[in-house]
Ligand binder design. Structure first.
Ligand code: PBG
Length: 337
């Protein structure tokens, strides 16, 4: 039947048939502009107290909080799969959360114990320590609160202490995710003064006040505590010039790499950052993005495995050097095959 269909005269196209290079996989591979490899993937992990303990997160099907011993196993698996670094987030027990977030700089807090245990058992994987107070404070805000106001400079003082405790415990990269002004410079100075010149800072520079963090807040146990929102410090989702200014400032303050967060809805910001700055740029495919893919997949609306691959590749196309993603282990294994 097909051979009978009339052909349009396309002679005007001559050299402009873009489908020519798409005819075979070898050819598509040759012209592929970007790549996705296990070394692009950073794995965020949630830590809980206990031994041989793992707990499910209702809004993140497939992700579990792990006790330190199981976390070490996860680190081994990650190393094996070619993942370069892990990003750790503690679920601090309720009785250790307080108004002053002092647990943030307890050298034996859950985060520090996790850092030491992994450094000891799997020394050749990078460890990224989140620095922000929401994982330790009674009200789920990233800063100290006085009369409803999020205090900037007082918060930075606590973060500096927290970062030093983490560096002492073996953190390779300090990642402030709080959006207080001036925290990168303050942490850099403190690290240098204490002999941690080689500890890097990955700044959450362009972090938006976003609804996509919901499942994460369940995972670390801050969600039910949070009153109000984070809009006096996290960015307005209407802006991107301001993101460039945040990034510029963090670079000037000594950041070794910067982050854009959330991920997929903010690829325009990743691209603008890529075009404007010569610094490693990471994007965070956050918990709500994870949940959307998992739940739409489970409902049969999309092909889940295909969505994972396509979404991660999109970050590379936008210009990210790497992606923090809850799919990291699975994807590193798939890519490694
Ligand atoms: C808090 C922090 C958040 C995330 C990483 N660090 C949540 C927030 O800012 O409220 C979100 C990550 C995710 O949603 O996967 N400092």
């Amino acid at each position: 039947m097909t051979q009978d269909w009339p052909r349009h005269d396309m002679s005007f196209l001559s050299g402009h048939r873009l489908r020519r290079t798409r005819q075979a996989e070898w050819s598509r591979a040759m012209v592929r502009e970007t790549s996705l490899a296990p070394s692009d993937l950073i794995w965020p992990l949630f830590v809980i107290e206990g031994d041989n303990e793992k707990t499910a997160i209702r809004t993140m099907p497939g992700v579990e909080r792990l006790s330190v011993d199981l976390l070490v196993e996860a680190a081994r698996a990650a190393r094996e799969a070619g993942i370069p670094a892990l990003a750790l987030f503690p679920n601090t027990p309720d009785h250790l959360r307080s108004d002053n977030a002092a647990e943030a700089y307890n050298p034996d807090n859950l985060m520090c114990r996790a850092l030491r245990a992994i450094k000891d058992a799997v020394p050749d994987i990078g460890l990224i320590a989140d620095v922000a107070l929401d994982e330790y404070s009674s009200d789920g805000q990233d800063g100290l609160v006085r009369d409803g106001e999020i205090l900037n400079d007082e918060t930075v003082a606590v973060m500096v202490k927290s970062a030093l405790a983490q560096a002492r415990a073996g953190a390779d990269i300090i990642a402030p995710s709080d959006m207080m002004d001036g925290r990168v410079a303050a942490i850099r100075a403190a690290l240098d003064e204490n002999g941690f010149e080689h500890v890097q800072i990955m700044a959450y520079s362009a972090k938006y006040a976003s609804c996509f963090y919901g499942p994460f807040r369940e995972a670390v146990g801050s969600g039910s505590r949070l009153k109000g929102d984070k809009r006096t410090y996290q960015m307005d989702f209407a802006n991107s010039d301001e993101a460039l200014r945040e990034i510029e400032q963090d670079i000037a303050e000594g950041a070794d790499s910067i982050m854009v967060k959330p991920g997929l809805p903010y690829l325009d910001v990743v691209r603008r950052a890529r075009d404007a700055f010569n610094i490693p740029i990471y994007a965070y495919q956050v918990s709500g993005e994870y949940a959307m893919i998992e739940m739409a997949g489970a409902a049969g609306a999309i092909d889940r495995d295909a969505a994972v691959l396509e979404s991660l590749w999109a970050f590379k196309r936008a210009g990210a050097n790497g992606i923090l993603t809850y799919f990291a282990l699975e994807m590193a294994r798939r890519l490694g095959r």
